[in-house]
Design a protein around this ligand. Sequence first.
Ligand SMILES: [Zn+2]
Length: 167
Amino acid sequence: MLATLEKPNYRRAKSEASRLLGDFGIDFPPVDPVTIARNLGMKVVFVEFDREHDNISGFYDPAENSIYVNSEEFALRQTFTIAHELGHKILHEEWAKSADYKILYRDQLLADDDPHEKEANAFAANLLVPRSMLDLYWDKLSLSELSKLFAVSVPVIKNRLSFEYGI
Ligand SMILES: [Zn+2]
């Protein structure tokens, strides 16, 4: 029986991301979700989707224990997609095996109302830009410097700063 998830559990998303960073001894940015996924025994496959599917950012295939990511998207976007799909693996493996699971399309990353998607986004944000690392740099570097250091887009940095420090 699949447990229903009505509200996103952000605390769990954050604690699972912290646990992974701790398990792998990652203390400084940039966090590379490809290395983490591969160290967990997953495959990360970069795909050139055909025309019909080129609006796909990526997806997680539990049967193959693999993450597929659109190789034609911006590198920083690919990084976030991989971290997001890794979140589904860590948080939602059973759900991902069900028919409810949705492929992550471009442009809906931060808009999807499904609690699983919100949790996967929170997981990705906390994995790539953890508060403990942000504390070291947030008031010393510009947005673009933070974006380079953490290897995430400026909008992701802005979201993290707004969430953690209310700025
Ligand atoms: Zn998703």
